[in-house]
Write a protein that binds this ligand. Structure first.
Ligand code: FCB
Length: 442
């Protein structure tokens, strides 16, 4: 069924997402400390073209312009993250008032323009000093994150209703500490597992702080889920896909939803498990108001080979298969198996090789990607899955981590020489789509 024949609920939240290090720039301004991404991106060979987030989209100075864009887009919510090193340049202890002031003003400006802020506390920019003391594999970072959460909530908690504690624990732990392709670039499976565990404990601790300090808060976490499809019905392929699902998805999803770490994976990781202290699993299972899902693609898994490309399928510039049905099935699966209270799509979008021609960016492939995925969401809602909102990744082309500026996910094109913004065709499409949904059935 196409989107024209189905409608989203009238109170559905339409949004767009960004993250501090990817857009803000102003890396050395107003007392901001160094983050692991500053250090990593300045290390030769780590990021495509040696790019860094030192300037990025310069939203630090251009928020007014970007809020104007969001107003004309017609969204009602904006997902942003707070940069920990702006708030606590030494990771713990001394609070940098100028950093808090920046987010304080931003929240006010968003609200004054009818944009509800959805604030992520950790989107990968750990203060470098904490990494120097052991980073996420060290238990101390949990304490530090809890203190940081207290500081941010005490300033913004009277106005920010929706909080996302952590973004993509799998990526932060495995790409950062296991595979070394993200900051801080370590390569140790046991460090990745310890980092992942502490990120989850930190999530639970932050949830407690938020509920105590700002009882009206709605608390969630954004988990990256990549549904695993067996290459064939052969038992070996089915088993391989299940194992991969354990590594990538179940390991993070199940403890957060109160089921503990999956048994099959505990056995597999037996030799390299981190210390799990008494009470940790209860902390991780802190009640959630919503579960955030970041969905981009699926994987096809073949025994003894691993991930294999899906033949004949369309792929984005990231090499990710375009597979909207995976989102529909994932949402129905989550509802059937786990019954989360509410769901948000906290990220969904695509990178394509966009070009500006005669002042226009004709990104029809992104439009069809979005159409397909929104159709998957509305189909899941029609089946009773409680999806409350959708955040498109991303408002702006930005610093795409290890890919630097070589991958464009925005619905607004950014000229990284002049920092000029040019809304793409997908921006117009999303604007019209939202307006049609708001107008209701005709
Ligand atoms: C997700 C990240 C986000 C962005 C998209 C493309 O893994 O959360 O910051 O880079 O991928």
């Amino acid at each position: 069924m196409s989107q024209t024949t189905r409608a989203f609920p009238s109170d559905f939240v339409w949004g767009a997402a960004t993250a501090a290090y990817q857009v803000e720039g102003a890396a050395a301004e107003d007392g901001r400390g160094e983050s692991i991404w500053d250090r990593f991106s300045a290390t030769p060979g780590k990021v495509v073209d040696g790019a860094t987030g030192a300037v990025a989209c310069d939203t630090y100075h251009r928020n007014a312009e970007d809020i104007g864009l969001m107003r004309s887009l017609g969204i009602g919510a904006f997902r942003l993250s707070v940069a920990w090193p702006r708030i606590l340049p030494e990771g713990r202890g001394r609070v940098n008032q100028a950093g808090l002031d920046f987010y304080d003003r931003l929240v006010d400006d968003l609200l004054a323009n009818g944009l509800d802020p959805y604030v992520t506390l950790y989107h990968w920019d750990l203060p470098q000093v904490l990494e120097d003391r052991g980073g996420w594999p060290a238990r101390e970072t949990v304490e530090a994150f809890t203190e940081y959460t207290e500081v941010v909530v005490s300033r913004l908690g009277d106005r920010v209703r929706h909080w996302i504690t952590q973004n993509e624990p799998w990526v932060a732990s495995w790409l950062g500490y296991g595979l070394g392709v993200h900051a801080p670039g370590r390569k140790s499976d046991s460090d990745a597992l310890a980092a992942g565990h502490h990120i989850l404990v930190a999530h639970g601790r932050a949830a407690e702080v938020l509920r105590r300090e700002a009882p009206a808060s709605e608390v969630g976490i954004a988990i990256d889920l990549v549904p695993m499809y067996p290459f064939s019905d052969n038992e070996a392929d089915v088993e391989a896909a299940h194992r991969e699902d354990g590594f990538r998805n179940r390991w993070f999803l199940e403890p957060v939803l109160g089921r503990g770490y999956p048994e099959d994976m505990l056995e597999r990781y037996d030799e390299i498990l981190p210390t799990i202290e008494d009470g940790d699993m209860d902390t991780i299972a802190a009640p959630l108001d919503f579960l955030g899902i970041n969905y981009y693609t699926r994987s096809v898994v073949r025994a003894s080979v691993g991930e294999v490309p899906a033949e004949g399928a369309e792929h984005t510039e990231m090499g990710w298969e375009v597979y909207p049905d995976g989102l529909y099935r994932l949402l129905v699966h989550l509802q059937t198996v786990y019954e989360p209270p509410e769901l948000y799509i906290t990220e969904n979008g695509a990178a394509f090789a966009d070009a500006r021609e005669n002042g226009r960016v004709a990104d029809s492939r992104r439009v069809s990607y979005l159409e397909g995925h929104l159709d998957a969401v509305v189909a899941a809602i029609a089946e009773g899955v409680p999806v409350r909102g959708y955040f498109l990744w991303s408002l702006l082309d930005n610093f795409e981590w290890a890919f630097g500026y070589s991958r464009r996910f925005g619905i607004v094109y950014v000229d990284f020489d002049t920092l000029e913004r040019v809304p793409k065709d997908s921006f117009t499409w999303y604007r019209d789509f939202i307006a049609t949904q708001r107008a209701g059935p005709t």
